[in-house]
Design a protein. Structure first.
Length: 233
């Protein structure tokens, strides 16, 4: 599966994307693949419209630090990520960041930023519990790194729309079986994963994650847990 994606020429990605656009009825704006010319504004969007409100990042004070940006760019530079653009201004309204990844955990000890080290440790713990790669008996998969909708355009169904478009894009790559690894700290995003047929592999409540006698992630509002998902396309 992933060997075929790794060897797929960029033209094939474009053809899969064009087919997806013909199959997709967008309610607002239009989709594009995020390319090199878009990296800077995608970086700003991710920081302002995802990280600032993300339920596991916000309590820790994690923003677009060096490690987060390295992870973000690792996926973004694979040119598989999508953005939804405003029909009049062409500004980014929503993004889905994704790319190929493997089962090697990011070593927290290599991170200088303490809040980010805490977050990566949490992510690794969730991965250990979910056992995504063991569950599907694979070594690589498409990783959903993040989805974000501009604050002023939320509650319009755009996150669901970009999720469905993303899944169609992946399906149209004709690399099945294709395995998708996703996760979320938000109950709203969890609802989208559920509606789009993802399998829930693990759920970790924030009040269950205790380190040295202290709850690590607090003040998450209505969001109660981190969920790990998988899907086969």
């Amino acid at each position: 599966m992933n060997e075929r994606l790794n060897s797929m020429p960029y033209l094939a990605y474009l053809q899969a994307f064009e087919k997806t656009l013909k199959e997709t009825d967008t309610t607002f704006g239009h989709f594009e693949i995020i390319r090199a010319k878009d990296y800077d504004r995608a970086d700003r969007f991710f920081a302002e419209h995802l990280l600032e409100d993300e339920p596991s990042c916000k309590p820790l004070g994690v923003g677009m630090n060096t490690t987060m940006r390295e992870m973000f760019m690792y996926f973004l530079t694979q040119d598989m990520s999508l953005m939804l653009l405003h029909p009049d201004t062409n500004e980014i309204v929503a993004i889905r960041v994704m790319g190929l990844g493997n089962d090697d955990p990011h070593p927290p000890e290599s991170i200088d930023d303490e809040p980010m080290k805490t977050l990566v440790t949490l992510w690794n713990y969730c991965d250990e519990r979910a056992k995504f790669f063991d569950h599907y008996k694979i070594k690589e998969a498409v990783i959903f790194f993040g989805i974000g909708v501009a604050k002023e355009y939320r509650n319009r169904g755009l996150a669901t729309e970009i999720m469905k478009t993303t899944l169609s894009f992946l399906k149209n790559m004709n690399a099945s079986p294709l395995y998708v690894k996703g996760g979320t700290a938000s109950k709203y995003a969890a609802n989208i994963f559920d509606k789009c047929g993802f399998k829930l592999l693990d759920e970790l409540r924030y009040d269950e994650y205790i380190v040295d006698g202290q709850q690590v992630i607090c003040n998450t509002g209505t969001h109660e847990s981190l969920r790990s998902y998988g899907k086969v396309i």
